[in-house]
Ligand binder design. Structure first.
Ligand SMILES: [Mg+2]
Ligand SMILES: [Zn+2]
Length: 190
């Protein structure tokens, strides 16, 4: 008999370059395009994990677009995912620029700690998926496992990742491959 309810496992998803095409400070709905394999990948992960988005949006802090622009774009994305049966529990956004030295900008783990408390998540059995070294650092800092994606900025930053000796748990060419690798990984662990 289990005396304690099992904690939830989460995937913390980067947004731009991971779920949708990153055209650089993307915020207009007409520029919204899901990357290939994202819906299929999320369906592979859905039986095992709950989903969050964690996104740095310094374009807000830089005045390139407003928080409302961000929300409109993000709600569109969340609705599209919803229409495919994918539920994003919450989106965590940092609107600041690096110089603000805030607590919410990745790779700081404030949002993951908040999610852990609110949703009773086991971070050690959770994953961060992203296309930037910052996403991998976020996962490492929070004690999660990580997948570095070669979509978005991933290929471009691969040398930075290696030079800074940042080691993701897994590297994947695209989102669907990431999802399949994660499921293989957790099945081996069981
Ligand atoms: Mg990204
Ligand atoms: Zn912030």
């Amino acid at each position: 008999m289990k005396s304690k309810k099992e904690k939830q496992k989460a995937i913390f998803l980067d947004r731009d370059g991971t779920l949708n095409e990153d055209k650089g400070y993307v915020h207009k709905i007409e520029d919204f395009k899901l990357l290939s394999g994202v819906i299929e990948g999320l369906k592979v992960l859905k039986p095992h994990f709950i989903f969050f988005i964690v996104t740095n949006q310094s374009g807000i802090g830089r005045g390139y677009y407003t928080h409302e622009d961000f929300l409109r774009f993000n709600e569109h994305l969340v609705h599209v995912l919803e229409s495919h049966g994918i539920d994003i529990k919450k989106t965590y956004v940092c609107p600041h620029i690096p110089e603000d030295n805030c607590e919410c900008r990745k790779p700081k783990i404030h949002s993951l700690l908040e999610a852990r408390t609110q949703y009773d998540i086991d971070l050690r059995q959770s994953w961060v998926i992203g296309d930037h070294p910052t996403d991998i650092l976020l996962g490492i800092n929070a004690g999660c496992k990580t997948v570095y994606l070669l979509t978005g900025h991933g290929k471009h930053h691969l040398t930075d990742l290696k030079q800074q000796s940042i080691t993701p748990t897994l590297i994947a060419d695209n989102f669907l491959e990431a999802a399949n690798l994660i499921v293989d990984y957790i099945k081996k662990e069981d």
